[in-house]
Ligand binder design. Structure first.
Ligand code: MEV
Length: 307
């Protein structure tokens, strides 16, 4: 039996724009998904027969990357599905890591590439940010600048250079709305808007500019500047139509005690993140406004073999 685990992530800046090949910053968080895999006579997931509808990520990974026959797969974790915290990426990465182990040929870059292909297949459109952050851990910077990327992924006219990012000590609170919001439809919605209007194209460019500035603020440890950029990023995401009243409420509730706050991940529900040095007060404000707070540790290890 092989047991692996992979972390969820938060996107500090640049979600959605990254799907168009723009820069983004993500961090692995200490909410992990554990996956155990054992050879078996047939395919089961948590005791149920493998089902294309309910286990789409696992089915896609098996179709593309596993020739070895039946598997007994078990998953357990701290990451609510559709929470914007990278639960599907963590599941995919942990499973792909496990089958590479069974095949006797594990390689970090290969896990990141394969997991991206699985997300792309299931969601229809995706960037490699979630799967790269869950594979590599720590921080991830997607940018066209800087040399020596961990890996480069190209798709049509889009190119993502994935870089390691050292994550400075920062206190971050996540607020989960409790609303399950799958990524695929939100990514498709932004694409339709982008194809139809110049306004959406300009908004994506503005997010890209903010994210580049955010990279500089992060490097210099300017939390005040970074927080402001995050809040502006949230407004631009709202303009793109991926926020919702519950996310806006949690962002507003956090701001009096934060440097900045924004939705994180694909939006439409899911979660927001606040950069703060008053985490307890932010947690309390989120709770008061109907959300579930998580005080997370960032910059944690990526996918790993547990057993
Ligand atoms: C989802 O966590 C991030 C998005 O940018 C989608 C993607 O990059 O694949 C919304």
């Amino acid at each position: 039996m092989v047991v692996t685990s992979a972390p969820g992530k938060l996107i500090l800046m640049g979600e959605h724009a990254v799907v168009f090949g723009k820069p983004a910053i993500a961090m692995a968080v200490d909410l992990r998904l554990r996956c155990s895999v054992e050879r078996a006579g047939r395919y089961t997931v948590n005791g149920h027969p493998l089902d294309r509808r309910y286990h789409s990520y696992i089915v896609s990974a098996i179709d593309q990357f596993w020739k070895g026959g039946g598997l007994d797969i078990r998953t357990i974790g701290d990451l609510p599905s559709g929470s914007g915290l990278g639960s599907s990426a963590a599941l995919t990465v942990a499973f792909v890591r496990a089958i590479e182990e069974l095949d006797g040929k594990y390689d970090e870059e290969s896990v990141a590439r394969r997991a991206f292909l699985v997300e792309l297949h299931v969601q229809g459109r995706a960037s490699p940010i979630d799967t790269s952050a869950s594979t590599h851990g720590h921080g991830i910077l997607i940018s066209g600048e800087g040399n020596d990327p961990l890996w480069t992924i190209e798709l049509g006219d889009r190119r993502w250079d994935v870089h390691h990012l050292d994550v400075p000590q920062m206190s971050m609170v996540i607020g989960y709305t409790g609303i399950h919001a799958p990524t695929g439809p939100l990514v498709a919605k932004v694409k339709r808007y982008y194809d139809r209007t110049n306004f959406a194209k300009e908004t994506i460019e503005e997010i890209a500019d903010l994210t580049e500035e955010g990279q500089t603020r992060l490097k210099t440890g300017d939390v005040v500047g970074l927080g402001e950029l995050m809040t502006r990023n949230h407004k631009l995401l709202s303009i793109l139509g991926v926020s919702c009243p519950e996310l806006n409420r949690l962002v507003r509730a956090s701001l009096p005690y934060s440097y900045g706050a924004k939705l994180t991940g694909s939006g439409g529900g899911g979660s927001m993140v606040a950069l703060t040095d008053e985490p307890e007060r932010v947690c309390e404000a989120i709770r008061r406004h109907g959300g579930t707070p998580f005080l997370v540790r960032t910059g944690v290890e990526g996918v790993r073999l547990e057993k």
